[in-house]
Design a protein around this ligand. Sequence first.
Ligand SMILES: [Zn+2]
Length: 289
Amino acid sequence: MKIFKLLVGLSAFSILLCGYTTNINKNINIEILPSLEVNQGETLVINIKSDTPLTNPIYFFKGKKYKIYKKGKNSYKALLGISAIEKTGVHYLLIRDKDSKLEKQFNLTVAKSNFPIQNIRISGKKSSLSADNKELKLIANAKKVISNIAYWNDIPFNSPTKGCLASKYGLLRYHNGKPTGNYHKGIDIKAPSGQIINTITKGQVILAQRFRLHGNTVVIDHGQGLVSLYIHMKKIYVKQGDIVTADQEIGEVGTTGFSTGPHLHFGLYINGTPINPVKYWLKYIPKCK
Ligand SMILES: [Zn+2]
């Protein structure tokens, strides 16, 4: 049975959104937020409520399986991130548990977000800046970290620094008029050099290091597949392994690495997929004038 209902007040995800809910049988209910139709770059939340405990519930998406985490007595939750360049059309989302009490396939429709092209003019020395393999590997691995502890809870989070939105998530990147095949995997918040950067929510620092391309970089694991990234920092106040609290000062805005002026590049990842941080996750950030 398919029921569309207005969900109010359960979480920021559900406020004024029509979620999709279905009863698998009389014992199990699955809720998918915001719906089974999403745009590129969006986040989906899967909530399961059951009368009896489920054994290791998981979901499959694009050939990979992901854990659905226990949230309370017989309730489970998982996030699913849709990338900015995810193929549009219907994708299969399979949810099941080990004992086959639960097995249900959903048709998830991904719609185009029409992200604009962003051309960046780079002159002189900085255009030749490149990352070495070690840098790329360390950062790529940090973004993919999935740990079992959920450090975070309430959304939306505070913006990681005060400033205005200079560059949106999802912009297709061109350098000097040429496509790079890449897209903007986070947001750029323009702010003065030296301004404090705070972590968005509780977590553990998994990377705190200076790199050639990314500059001073901090990556924080918030648990259960949610990871945040802060780059081009002037100073880093934390070290790898530190447990940080929500809004803790972790460094300063800068322009280190491949950067054209002081700003914070902030990225949010779900199970390694970069998603749009300003949709649901962060409190309002004004656009730069
Ligand atoms: Zn950026």
